[in-house]
Every structure is written in C-alpha cells, then in structure tokens.
Design a protein around this ligand. Structure first.
Ligand SMILES: [Zn+2]
Length: 286
C-alpha cells in the first residue's frame, strides 16, 4: 500500500527523531518480519548499540544508515507502519517489533498482515534485499528522464500499467500513483508500451513526476493503514482523481470513472479522458 510519497513522508517525519540516536534495546514480538538475520537474538544483538547516522529511502524501501557501517532497511509492503513515540505502556495491535532509543523514545513496527519486513545489512552489504538491487531510478530522481521512460517502454507488448508497476522500470510507483499518472497523461491503462508515441511518453513522464511530487507535498494517501512516522494521516486521499473513485464523476470531463482489471490489479480510469485503444499501433516486427 505505501508507495513512494508515503514512504518518503515516513522518512521525513522520522528523521528528526531517529538521526543521532542509539538503539539501546530491541524487543521482537514476531520473528516473521525478520528477513535478515531471521532469528530475534542475532537481529537484536546486531542492532543494539548502533547509532542511526542518516535516514534515506530508495523506491519503497526505508534505509537507516548505522554507525560502524551497514544499514537497517524496512520494507512496509501492504500494511507495515513505523511509529515513533514515548509511551511505554502504549501497545498497538499487531506490534511486531519495538526498538528503544537512548533518549527514552520508542520506534514501533506494526504490521497487520505481516507482509513487510526488515533487514540488517552488514558493512559488506550482506543481507541487502534482492529487490533493492534491481530497482530502476526513483520516480523523483533526476535519472528518471523522458529518455529513460522511452527506453523502458520501447518494444514492449505489456500494458503500460504493468510496465509502470514493475519496480525495475521505475522505483516507487504502485497501484494508486500509476492510475493517477495514467489519467493525468490521458492514457488508457491497457495501452502497450510499444504503442506509445514520443509525445505520449513525454506526457506520461511529466504526469508521473507531478503526481508523485503532489503526493509527497500532501504527506501521502491514508487509505487503510498508512500513517506517517508520528501516527498522522496524509491528505493526498482527497486529491486523488481516479483511484478509489469508480462510479463517480471525472473532475476533468464529467464522465464516469470506470473500473477494470489490468495487469492483475483493480484499475480506475476515465473512459473519456483515456480512450480505449482500438488497435494498438505498435510497429510491425520482422
Ligand atoms: Zn474524464
């Protein structure tokens, strides 16, 4: 669920509380979220005594750089949440791990569906999640250019929706921001990569950057379980134009937002603003 803007919001709200702090104790309530090491004792043992040097993000991964090298990486996936607070008695339902910090504050990892997880990467890079090494450029990174997007879609018969959900093409997008970007670019989600004309690729690139930046400014979308690092909801949900709005009127044209299944995901789009391709105009192949 959390996509780039949500994870970036968590990073920004947590950074002032975590950077410079040392972990003094770790309590693991559910070892199922430990990806590396996978047992509580080695995980806690490796984390206690380390200081958080910096808080970064890559795609949907949150990366805490630790003293003595190495990183503490958290992948929130569907329902993971990080919550910083100072109330020892407070225990959220589905609390999976608690880290105590040297100023008496706490960092809780809460995850209802426990699909998310965390990794302790040593100074030599052992333990890095496999998906992290395969990420394309971040949607807000200068390396994500119209030329990069053109290269990603070139010759592809997959749907543009499926291409954009693949983190190897561009990192950080999920179902919400892909639907929003395709609507803003006036492209039907089932258009194939190879059918996109250069002007459409440029339009799509600009739309992706715009919706992701707007999402960050609005502190993310708070459907379901996402909250920022201090437990506050974001405001992006009120600004969505297609996602979650099937059956409602399109803000751009007044038509009705439709829902379909594309690339295996529920997909919202406006049939008028995003006309269905009659015949995909991909170049003939030899
Ligand atoms: Zn419309």
């Amino acid at each position: 669920m959390p996509e780039l803007p949500e994870v970036e919001t968590v990073r920004r709200t947590l950074a002032p509380h975590l950077v410079g702090r040392t972990v003094t104790a770790v309590e693991v309530y559910d070892a199922g979220i430990l990806r590396h090491p996978t047992s509580p004792a080695p995980f806690a043992g490796a984390l206690v005594g380390r200081r958080v040097r910096a808080l970064g993000r890559r795609g949907k991964y949150l990366r805490m750089a630790l003293s003595d090298g190495g990183e503490w990486i958290v992948h929130l996936r569907m329902s993971g949440r990080l919550l910083w607070h100072r109330e020892r008695e407070r225990r959220e339902r589905f609390l999976r791990l608690r880290a105590m910090l040297d100023d008496g504050s706490l960092l809780d990892y809460i995850d209802m569906r426990r699909l998310g997880g965390m990794y302790l990467v040593d100074a030599d890079g052992v333990g890095v999640p496999a998906g992290l090494g395969r990420l394309g450029p971040d949607a807000v990174d200068p390396a994500f250019t119209p030329a990069h997007l053109a290269g990603v879609v070139r010759g592809r018969r997959a749907t543009i929706k499926g291409i954009l959900l693949d983190q190897r093409a561009v990192a950080g997008l999920g179902n919400i921001y892909v639907d929003e970007a395709l609507h803003a670019a006036r492209l039907h989600p089932t258009r194939t990569g190879e059918s996109l004309r250069p002007a459409e690729v440029r339009r799509l690139h600009a739309a992706i950057v715009a919706v992701v930046r707007e999402g960050i400014r609005a502190q993310g979308v708070s459907f379901a379980l996402y909250r920022d690092g201090e437990g506050r909801p974001g405001e992006m949900g009120e600004r969505l134009r297609v996602y979650g709005r099937a059956g409602l009127a399109c803000y751009a044209c007044g038509g009705t937002i439709a829902r379909a299944r594309v690339a295996g995901r529920g997909t919202a789009y406006c049939p008028r603003c995003q006309p269905e391709p009659r015949r995909q105009t991909g170049r003939a192949r030899c």
